[in-house]
Design a protein around this ligand. Sequence first.
Ligand SMILES: [Fe+2]
Length: 317
Amino acid sequence: MVAVADIAYVVYDHPDLDEAERFYRDFGLVTAARRPDELLMRGADGQPYCYVARKADRPRAVAIGMRVNSREDLERAAREEGVEMEPIDCLGGGWRVRLASPMGVDFELVHGCRPLEPLPMRDPLVLNHASNKARRGQWQRAVTEPAHVLRLGHVALVSSDFKAHGQWLQQRLGMMPSDILYDGTPDNALGGFFHCTGGDDWVDHHTIALFPAPVCGIHHASFEVQDIDAQFHGNKFLLAQGRKPLWGVGRHILGSQVFDYWFDPQGNVVEHFTDGDLVRPGKAPDYHQVADDSLAQWGPPISVQAFIERRPPPGAA
Ligand SMILES: [Fe+2]
């Protein structure tokens, strides 16, 4: 079995690539390459792209790209899946193995994509905490602009069969649950947050999440920004552009991220996050009763059902 190292990109079909490009620039991504039928957008890290928009008649979430550590891992995955490795014909090149999943979206294992020069990103703001004032004689003057994205951090899926789909993530991608949600008793697991085990010594608390729902597919894709001020300025900027918010700004409980969710022009949900938890790969999962107050430590009130169904709470613009 191959253990994925990290998430690489998401692929969506869009009827209007110009419209998609305008939104995702407002969201903080940068155009990396554009062809008549394909738009590649990147963050400030060295990965060639993290968001792929394909021209198509109907909008649809298509695939999630996951990085593996070596060409040998990719060859082994191809053997185990009984499929061919394919060259990737776009910026950065590399090789890919496609996995059909039961979760309404394909997974693509990738390796060998050539990195690009990282883009400039402002340094994290130095904060003067009550008990630790590190900023002396300097002023806080972050500006309102798109919340520059560093990287894609995770994708949350809705899943009609958590047991089967959680096992699929473990058996096919080598992922492990950091936290599991249950209703009533822990053996009635409904959802969970999975981390990568093929990556570094410390990895994101979750790279794939599964939320319970009657259908399968992508719930949201989440992109990391520098700090909380970037997030609030990004929120102000997106509102000023007339973009539609779903939920935020707030701080989650499981994963601890400061979050802010938005609808793109096709109704796909994307998230800005910062200050997420890290775990050791292989950490044993913790179990939590699912409840409305399990969603956030602070932020606008919303129910689990409304969040999963992507219904903005009252008062969202
Ligand atoms: Fe998220």
